[in-house]
Design a protein around this ligand. Structure first.
Ligand SMILES: NC(=O)c1ccc[n+]([C@@H]2O[C@H](COP(=O)([O-])OP(=O)(O)OC[C@H]3O[C@@H](n4cnc5c(N)ncnc54)[C@H](O)[C@@H]3O)[C@@H](O)[C@H]2O)c1
Length: 295
């Protein structure tokens, strides 16, 4: 792990779901103290159980693959606290928000964070598509501390963090966020605040096109995925990747881009929307494009 040369000692992770869990794990392994906050006690319990399992497993891996010595497992786990209310978050140097992709909810949380963290603390959001400028607009003068810190799934494996500067974000906040991402062992790359940023603006239309190709009968899903894997050297085909991300999340991101970029070419494919309407959200619900029987 890289040396922590930032002034940050404690990171608060807001939301203990898929992404929050991964961010908290990476932060604790990188020697930060971590406070995980969620409104759901079930989510906190699942997150804690999963940390125990995953961090213990890390001791079976070599260091070059992200492994840690067995003697470090307990100290890493002891660095993570799980909390139900926001007041302990007041002791953090940075908050990274990873709650569900809903603008009103994020606005409310940033309003609370700005009142809880009133100093120089970075207020970062892991949103996939919602404008940083719009989220920042809900926190008054603290807007200059609001920044996008877009991690990728699974967080312990994926190297990239897109660092998104809203119109109000200060350059100092961007630079401190880049330093923090490096201290977490990630590769930060800056982008400006346009719907979908870079990653989803380029990726999602490709996934959407995969659904159009399937809907028009150009090929069956397995063949679409195999063609893109073998022909473009992608590790996963677009439809398989959509199942992994969540088909509902794909539709949400396309909707945000269609509205934010004001262009119909970002409209979600009718077949993709239909699968979501049928409850086929992907891997997380056991069925999306493909079926995922429970192990
Ligand atoms: N899943 C991905 O592949 C991915 C990748 C990059 C970014 N993101 C973004 O990360 C964020 C989280 O996504 P996820 O996949 O982890 O979602 P998730 O549904 O797994 O987790 C969301 C968590 O937020 C919690 N929550 C809801 N309301 C809350 C509140 N008021 N206060 C605190 N916690 C609250 C829920 O209990 C849940 O545990 C979203 O903004 C998403 O767009 C997701």
């Amino acid at each position: 792990m890289p040396e922590n040369t930032t002034e940050v000692k404690t990171i608060a992770v807001i939301g203990a779901g898929q992404m929050g869990e991964g961010i908290a794990q990476v932060a604790a392994v990188s020697r930060f103290s971590v406070i995980v906050y969620d409104v759901s006690s079930d989510a906190l319990r699942r997150c804690q159980e999963s940390h125990k399992k995953r961090i213990t497993k890390l001791s079976e891996k070599p260091p070059e693959k992200g492994g840690i010595p067995p003697a470090d497992v307990e100290p890493v786990l002891a660095r993570i606290k799980y909390v139900h209310n926001l007041s302990p978050v007041g002791g953090a140097d940075v908050a990274i928000e990873a709650v569900v992709e809903n603008f009103d909810l994020k606005k409310k949380i940033f309003h609370e964070l700005a009142h809880t963290l009133t100093g120089r603390q970075i207020l970062a959001t892991n949103t996939s598509s919602i404008g940083i400028t719009s989220i920042a607009a809900s926190v008054g003068a603290a807007a200059e501390r609001v920044v996008g810190m877009h991690f990728f799934n699974p967080v312990p494996v994926m190297k990239l963090v897109e660092v998104i500067k809203g119109i109000q974000t200060s350059q100092e906040t961007v630079e401190r966020t880049i330093a923090l991402a490096k201290a977490l062992g990630k590769t930060p790359i800056p982008a400006n605040d346009r719907a979908g940023f870079i990653s989803n603006r380029v990726l999602m239309p490709m996934i959407n096109e995969g659904f159009y190709a399937w809907m028009e009968g150009v090929a069956e899903p397995r063949n679409i995925d195999e063609i893109m894997k073998l022909g473009c050297n992608f590790p996963m085909g677009p439809l398989e990747l959509a199942d992994f991300i969540g088909l509902d999340t794909c539709v949400n991101i396309m909707d945000v881009m269609a509205d934010g970029l004001n262009d119909d070419r970002y409209r979600a494919c009718p077949l993709l929307k239909q699968l979501v309407a049928a409850g086929r959200m992907g891997k997380k619900t056991g069925r999306g494009v493909y079926e995922y029987p429970k192990a």
